[in-house]
Write a protein of this length. Structure first.
Length: 195
């Protein structure tokens, strides 16, 4: 498949809406990075508990990034549109305070591209947050174009950013799924500590 250009890809992450539920893993020793990257097969359900929030959103952040959960509605949407590069793992989600009405599974990414090419990013000075100071960041997330495996959802070899195609982004936005944040790859900023 011909590479469409970096403008046609987005980093997908939880939007951290104020009331969105967040989860924490309960007593498991598996490496969260290998799980999120679909490098470790999970047969028995992994346990998570809700650590904060009250709104059952479609993409749920974990206190052990890059793990995240997604709703059955989001899973169905990816399946209906034959979007590629993702898998699921079974979970058990518990809450001491909420009566959960939605079903969730673990979200893993099997699609790949090569390593991030940091030398292609631009160093920028970012405006300070209220009461803070300006800071340096690197703008743009790039990789060797020919290393992309052609999947709709993928991760670089060396980091766990979830990257989605413009088609995937358009479908998820059109269906108004909750707690999803998208940033185009050329606009994505990273701190020097993230390089």
């Amino acid at each position: 498949m011909k590479f469409p250009g970096f403008d046609h890809f987005f980093v997908l992450s939880p939007a951290f809406q104020a009331s969105a539920i967040h989860v924490r893993p309960i007593d498991f020793s598996e490496n969260p990075f290998s799980i999120a990257r679909a490098e470790h097969r999970i047969d028995a359900p992994l346990s998570f508990e809700i650590s904060s929030g009250t709104s059952e959103v479609d993409l749920v952040a974990s206190e052990d990034p890059p793990l995240c959960l997604f709703s059955s509605e989001m899973k169905l949407l990816l399946q209906q549109h034959d979007l590629t590069g993702w898998e699921t793992f079974p979970i058990k989600l518990v809450s001491r305070t909420l009566n959960l009405t939605r079903h969730y599974e673990g979200f893993t990414v099997s699609g790949r591209c090569g390593k991030v090419q940091n030398h292609r990013s631009t160093k920028v000075t970012c405006l300070p947050p209220p009461g803070g100071r300006s800071y340096q960041a690197y703008k743009g997330l790039f990789f060797e174009e020919m290393s992309w495996d052609g999947t709709d959802i993928f991760m670089p070899e060396d980091v766990s950013y979830i990257i989605v195609s413009a088609r995937t982004q358009a479908i998820l936005v059109e269906e108004r799924l909750s707690n999803l944040d998208f940033i185009r790859l050329p606009d994505f900023e990273r701190l020097p500590s993230e390089l």
